[in-house]
Design a protein around this ligand. Sequence first.
Ligand code: ASP
Ligand code: MG
Length: 443
Amino acid sequence: MLVYKFGGTSVGSIVNMNHVKDIIDSEGTKIVVLSAMSGTTNALVEISELIENEKQISAKEKIDLLKEEYNNTVYKLLSNTQIRKEVATYVNAIFNSLRNAVNQPYDQQLHNFIVANGELLSTYMFSRFLQQEGINAQLLPALEFMRIERNNEPDLFYIKQNLNRLIESSEKAEVYITQGFICLDADGEITNLQRGGSDYTATIIGAAIKADEVQIWTDIDGFHNNDPRYVNETSALSNLSYDEAAELAYFGAKILHPLTVLPVRNLDIPLRLKNTMAPDAHGTLITNQIHGEGIKAIAAKDNITAIKIKSVRMLLAHGFLKRVFEVFEKYETAIDMVTTSEIAVSLTIDDTTHLDFIIEELRKFATVAVDDYMSIVCLVGNQIIYHPDTPTLFQVLQDVNVRMIAYGGSNNNISLLVNTNDKMETLQKLQRYIFENEKHLVL
Ligand code: ASP
Ligand code: MG
């Protein structure tokens, strides 16, 4: 079986929904994971924030506005009057429940409930649309099988059992539609896989049913060798290994949720990125095969905070790094980059929730300096440490102020830390040094 995932833009307009219909209207049973229509999750987050800030009237206004948009879509998408009526009733019920949420006490659970509605709306509307178009589609409610454990890892055992049971007990269909992003937590409450989490839903499902392939359909033709928002003339990468794709997804190439690769990597299930607006383009195929050597892609991750920890006592002392890392461990804060010298260690984090406590604890045994508004520029490829072209990238150091370099941690990655203000220039210069001057790099 194949798993397809379509992102917010792919289901964000009637024209695009028709593209999606054409793509999935092919031989073979498939599971189709959908995001919310583009803009909806953002709108729901705003509604949630208005409620949190006790701006009930504005929250209601925003809900009504969003409802009107959905009513319009339903009217235009569905010509079959019976189906249109049923979908309108469903949409109405969802918006009533949102309106009810406005006057409830605000907490994380209420927030999670509010933001879950985007995927509920898109999947119901789209599955009924497919039925109208004569495609045998059934809805598989994600909240009946998708669940995470207390450590936020997917509960694969539970997911496998419940998804298979659900498929067996529902009417046979060519296309099973389900919600991306949303799931239950270990206590059975609604939660989600974080923003962009529909990609992750797709590969978790792929692993649970041992799919032949997982395809992520979005609005760009796969991973590019640099960030198209900042650099002209980037090109799509036709093949990547799981490791390369995981690094790129984690370090900023916005196209994939950072954890997407993990569930399929273990089972060697191919992951393919495709463009809904250009379905004939090759896209990027991600497998365990390594294609070529050298630097293949550059990506950048913003909102990075650098922390420099310095202690004269570190000189010739052991145990200092352990003490430092224990502080981050205690506050469950992941470290992305680390560099050390004899008396200092610099590292970066992107989650600053507990930064104040972390600094306070570090100051008990070291001096601490913090820099924010930093970006990690990450170069990804295979065997890049040994590749003869790699030294050319250091030409960039003459021109931009690189604050930290992580080189040698893995064969797949070199990371540079720069001020976010310098990011665009760094990406553009690297593009020139690495891709535009070199003939024998593998793209
Ligand atoms: N709708 C969710 C979001 O906007 C999940 C997703 O699109 O993947 O983050
Ligand atoms: Mg996405």
